[in-house]
Write a protein that binds this ligand. Sequence first.
Ligand SMILES: [Zn+2]
Length: 77
Amino acid sequence: MERVERDFYAREQEDQEAFLSQTWCNTCMEADLGMKDAKEYEQDGVIFVEGVCAKCGEPVCTEIADDDTDGEWDDDA
Ligand SMILES: [Zn+2]
């Protein structure tokens, strides 16, 4: 279960805002409360954004389904 850190802030601004707003909090049991202190990492080929709930401060984690996970973000040709 190797965990590889990635740079969330290397993403496009609008991607960042989307991931930071489209959350699910297991503590509040509510969607889209927002996330703070986001960090991105990859584990077993799956990318996650992890942060804390903007409402209650408990950890929240979003799994990113992304077709292009090899670090190249500018090859839409
Ligand atoms: Zn919460």
